[in-house]
Design a protein around this ligand. Sequence first.
Ligand code: ZN
Length: 254
Amino acid sequence: MRSLILSDIHGNLEALEAVLASARVDEGRYDAVWNLGDVVGYGGSPNEVTSIIRERATAHVRGNHDKVCCGNESGLGFNPIARQAAQWTNQSLTEENRAWLRHLPQGPVVIEPFSSVIVHGSPLHEDTYIVNMRDAWAPLQQMEQQMTFFGHTHIQCGFAWKNGAWTEFRPRYATSADAEQWTLDLAENTRYLLNPGSVGQPRDGDWRAAYAVLDSEANTVIYHRIPYDLARAQGRILMAELPERLAARLRDGR
Ligand code: ZN
């Protein structure tokens, strides 16, 4: 069985469309599509991406931006730029999309047939960041499933743990311009915490949209990076009179 794993789309329609085309989602290649949260916030196309994810994804968890943008939480914990974007997103969302975001489930969500769990930040708390092995260690001890997929940091990476030995890795790519992929072969009796990276606002220095594919028969997770129409996504942010920084940072992958 194959699952397409998407996180942190952040209202970036051009990046999401490029990912869906590159993953060839229309060809019935997937048994599942997982949304790890932050569908909206920052980007200029909140309704378009929400409508696509509502239709395509088969399992969801809510992200911290989803909660603020739909009005479930105040944006007091956000920096001024994120708060401004959340207010604009809230005003731009249709009633239907806002209501859908309000009812997104809190992670962790267990997906039995794949021996997987999906969360936004950490299995311990939905808003906690997993950046390094220190953050990953406790969740790795407590996991009952082989794999947990998480987002929130916008950094494509992974942590593996087996009998007290651990590894931390980031996919390695040859370029920063073309479509590329990097394969992780899953080992037996090993637990994994895996971040597919951010579709719509990568922060690992690589501007390309990020996603991952789990193949439970081949026992692999394939990480992907794919170029998208950056200028168009930036234009939507600027035309919406969102902060310029939100358009500029997409170029740098920061
Ligand atoms: Zn995010």
